[in-house]
Ligand binder design. Structure first.
Ligand SMILES: C[S@@+](CC[C@H](N)C(=O)[O-])C[C@H]1O[C@@H](n2cnc3c(N)ncnc32)[C@H](O)[C@@H]1O
Length: 382
């Protein structure tokens, strides 16, 4: 069994615990923006391919406490790097430090690189190179406040939010993992009609379509572990095939719309790259006049998730009036649905004028946002 540290966004830890447990992770434990567990090579492959709310799957190869640079260098050099990197391979190191004593992450990364290079040179007379864009091995060094050092292999490489389906975006695209996390927090499993009426380049719709289709989020990209010397092509191919076999036709309608025609075309490109465009309707529409494309009863319900402008990157000119319009349209034309709005403008959210049944604080990049739920039934206007 190996020790995994799977990173995520703030607020998604509990959901990631559920996902990791469902994948068979052992001794699962959440901390801030990370979930620890034990697992094997199958877990490594499935976690990267299937986890919707993970950013990186790190695998610990060393954990020790240090008092000075020499101890850090010695500890890093003591780890046997030969199983993970060939002498003519490339490596890249990222470092995060919270230590008062070791403050300079760039310097620590260089020290780490020296330790590895010196180990290879002493054994073989040759050394691996450094290459950020095209590394065979991505490493992660974390030093905490107590000077505990955690050394990990980054089995994902580029963050798992880079699903590979989004090439061009609109003005203020959401991080794909945040979009997936919002849908999970809203309890979406594909079993009710879904709408994003301000879909932009289609991130939320793409994540919803993949959830509804039981499609693994990582099917359209590669991962760092595929270049490791222990890569098991047969195991990987059978895990990928299982994920392909699990894909189903989404059982309920999925709809995205936006006021901007160009943006709807971007969403179409996004959905096309997921392979799920035939199962999604995308239209150009002003939400002001939008009616629910699939009428639902209060009993069966439907889900609306939207990420309207905050008057930061995207401007409306009258943000309070804009959010009031959202509330009025939801109340009038979307009865039976649950609507979730993510916004960084808490004053504007007050103008929605509907009773908030849940409010979840989250971060959209550097912006503090609220993810709010409104249940739309007759008389739901405050
Ligand atoms: C923050 S962006 C959404 C970004 C999207 N979640 C993504 O990841 O690409 C807000 C979107 O709302 C759209 N929008 C603004 N006013 C609208 C309206 N009245 N009706 C429908 N869409 C509107 C904008 O065109 C923009 O694409």
């Amino acid at each position: 069994m190996r020790i995994f540290a799977t990173t995520t966004l703030a607020g998604l830890e509990d959901h990631l615990v559920q996902e990791i447990t469902a994948l068979g992770g052992q001794r699962v434990e959440a901390s801030r923006r990370v979930v620890y567990c034990e697992g094997d090579k199958t877990f490594r492959y499935r976690a990267n391919l299937e986890l919707r709310t993970a950013i990186r799957v790190l695998e610990e190869v060393g954990h020790f406490r240090v008092r000075n640079e020499q101890e850090l260098y010695n500890g890093l050099k003591k780890i046997d790097w030969a199983p993970w990197l060939k002498v003519d391979g490339n490596l890249w190191i990222d470092c995060v430090t919270q230590s008062e004593r070791f403050r300079n992450g760039v310097y620590l990364s260089q020290l780490f690189k020296d330790a590895i290079v010196d180990q290879f040179r002493e054994k073989t007379g040759e050394r691996p190179s450094v290459d950020k864009e095209n590394a065979d091995l991505y490493l992660h060094l974390h030093v905490d406040r107590e000077n505990y050092v955690s050394v990990s292999l980054n089995s994902s490489g580029a963050g798992l939010h880079r699903r590979g389906y989004r090439k061009r975006t609109g003005g203020a695209p959401l991080n794909e993992v945040l979009a997936a996390g919002m849908l999970c927090l809203a309890g979406y499993d594909g079993e009710v009609p879904f709408v994003d009426p301000m879909c932009g380049s289609g991130t939320i719709v793409a994540e919803a379509a993949m959830i509804a289709a039981h499609q693994a989020p990582g099917l359209h990209r590669d991962f760092a572990f595929q270049r490791w010397p222990d890569f098991d092509a047969g195991l990987w191919s059978s895990i990928r095939q299982d994920a392909l076999n699990a894909i189903r036709r989404p059982p309920h309608p999925i709809h995205g719309s936006d006021i901007d025609e160009l943006t709807v075309n971007l969403a179409r490109l996004t959905l096309d790259r997921t392979g799920l465009l035939p199962h999604v309707q995308l239209t150009e529409a002003d939400f002001k006049h939008a009616v629910a494309p699939t009428p639902v009863s209060e009993e069966n319900g439907g889900l609306v998730v939207m990420n309207p402008p905050y008057e930061m990157r995207l401007q409306t000119g009258d943000i309070e009036g804009f959010y009031e319009m959202i509330g009025d349209t939801l109340k009038t034309n979307w009865q039976g649905y649950s609507a979730w709005i993510i916004s960084g403008n808490s004053d504007a959210l007050k103008s929605v004028g509907l009773k908030t049944s849940k409010r979840i604080p989250m971060m959209n990049g550097p912006i503090e946002v609220r993810f709010c739920r409104y249940d739309l039934y007759k008389g739901s206007k405050e």
